[in-house]
Design a protein around this ligand. Sequence first.
Ligand code: CDP
Ligand code: MG
Length: 761
Amino acid sequence: RYRDPSAADKMNPFAEQEAWEEHQIGKATLKFGSKNRKEISDDYEYVFDNQIDFIKASVMDGDNYNNEVLKESVEDLRTKSALEKLQEERKTLPIYHYRDELLQAVNDHQVLVIVGETGSGKTTQIPQYLHEAGYTKRGKVGCTQPRRVAAMSVAARVSQEMGVKLGHEVGYSIRFEDCTSEKTILKYMTDGMLLREFLGEPDLASYRCAILYSHINGFCSVGYSCLFNMAATFYSVVMVDEAHERTLSTDILFGLVKDIARFRPDLKLLISSATLDAEKFSDYFDSAPIFKIPGRRFPVEIHYTKAPEADYLDAAIVSVLQIHVTQEAGDILVFFTGQEEIETAEEILKHRTRGLGTKIAELIICPIYANLPTELQAKIFEPTPEGARKVVLATNIAETSLTIDGIKYVIDPGFCKMKSYNPRTGMESLLVTPISKASANQRAGRSGRTGPGKCFRLFTAYNYHHDLDENTVPEIQRTNLANVVLTLKSLGIHDLLNFDFMDPPPAEALLKALEMLFALSALNKLGELTKVGRRMAEFPLDPMLSKMIVTSDKYNCSDEVISIAAMLSIGNSIFYRPKDKQVHADNARLNFHTGNVGDHIALLKVYSSWKETNYSTQWCYENYIQVRSMKRARDIRDQLEGLLERVEIELSSNTNDLEAIKKSITSGFFPHSAKLQKNGSYRTVKHPQTVHIHPSSGLAQVLPRWVIYHELVLTTKEYMRQVTELKPEWLVEIAPHYYQMKDVEDTGSRRMPRGEGRAAS
Ligand code: CDP
Ligand code: MG
């Protein structure tokens, strides 16, 4: 930021500076100081891309301040000193001392397991070292991250360190957002994106299958490698980072890259992890050598509560304030389970600190979670001004994926949000679950990176020792596998039971996924991919959503259905409800529900109304709609439109035929049907279970007899979120292999529906 210094000419901007530097550039004398932000007059304030110290600059040209010279000189110096400073910082990272050794090891071995504490520089430095050593001359260096935010923020950091524009030499690719170009040589991406890259072109896929079985089946061990080879030729190194997180996509990537490494001797494979159970990775990758980066770690004092906390959110807030008032300088990191909790905590903290007024030092509150807008994400990395304290309210993302410097205190309520899946019923739920010991230790470790730290666990020592699991169960063992099975099938991998999993999923879950894909007509009775399935696999969406889109072709409403799919993909961050204007916000929301059209159609109405205003921001404000979420929905929608073309579905609009739209939705979501009970609750039709309409639904007061829902969330009760009314006969019409007339008749007694457990495998 640059402000005209002449306005404050008379004030000496350096009066309260203890120290400053002077630089002579041409005619200009530049002075830089770095004291507390608050004491600096705004008129002389430059902020250096939030990574660099605060400076103020003033320039003398004869007796006058000269803005032009100042601007140019500062700009010059800014770039130079920022880069220099970052280069210096790079050298202070633990990994720096092992740079040459590491490059030697990469040179000597094809597969290398790399272990080092979080913050030692694995993610940001290794790809740069590889670039400096020439690996990018014959391909890209790809580095996968389990989390979107990590991929974005790390790419941003590395582009700064290299002094290039983000998206040019250094880029990132996450679902629905590709920030790379032809120049890109270091590519950060989510593990899911790399997996999708391997899917390649649909034509290529069929071409591959044809060759595969006629020529090289005996040569490739699993059979898909030739395609992967094509995608993989773009890479000279693939680094599967944060491997310890064991996300579903990472686990699947393991199997794929392991196989490909056998056929691409020139491809280097790095598996990097923050935890010490590297043996397991090494064993899996045919005894690959382990490269350990000794980390610096300071002692961390662990405190437990004497008795379990009834309300961990409140306990966490109280702890923050206690630390702030009683403990020496150092920032605080608090782990919460999700966005809603973080927003609540932020509000309460703001309220309470306001109450304390000037009696306490400034507390800077920085939330961080996956959906936080990018410009706000950068805030957590800004250095804390002297005299103030920063408190970072984070999800699991700060456990290992992101390193925030300066954290001295960690508050750990001991919970995280985790997917859980019941393979018997096929129901998936997001649950707030106690973390594992391994997680608790990782979290505690975040406080001891730059000096001795303290971790306040909001649970008892007994709890820790007796109740927590040793390790977090890998996602593959607790999730719905339909998506992965569809991906693997479209890669040409048929024998899933014998796929080289590091930890195989329960056979029951695999069968359930096959059944589901069969029910959705993505697989035939032999378990082979159908034409519908091939089309579905093109969409980076849950198979039910993909099916809904693919079927919309038949009902001539693909235009509407991709809007709905895009809006559903945003999650529940479309409407907002300011505390002081709840009634207005609720009324605005209800407007979209006129005629009890159901939540899906309401979402469509929101989207189309916004489109009619030519994507107006003002309109969003007036309707209490988050413009950022809408923009994201538009991006997603654009991409879905592109994918429609790819699978040869015409964009057709059928706005007034709500039944056609609802039938398309039903064709994807028929397994999610529920029927009203006498007491106002619902019962799911397959695998009967009691559920309720979520209070945020437009149908929460209407209670239609039959509904289909988008997803189940378990909070105080099992809730259906995004609900639409259904005619029961549609179920039989659309999914005759799944429902029979007797399932949907409104009589009292029900028998188990047919077709259960019958799908092909
Ligand atoms: O991957 P690993 O945990 O080993 O470390 P890293 O993510 O490469 O982080 C190395 C350093 O870069 C840390 O000191 C971070 O604070 C810094 N960093 C940053 O300032 N901004 C980012 N977006 C990412 C990392
Ligand atoms: Mg990392």
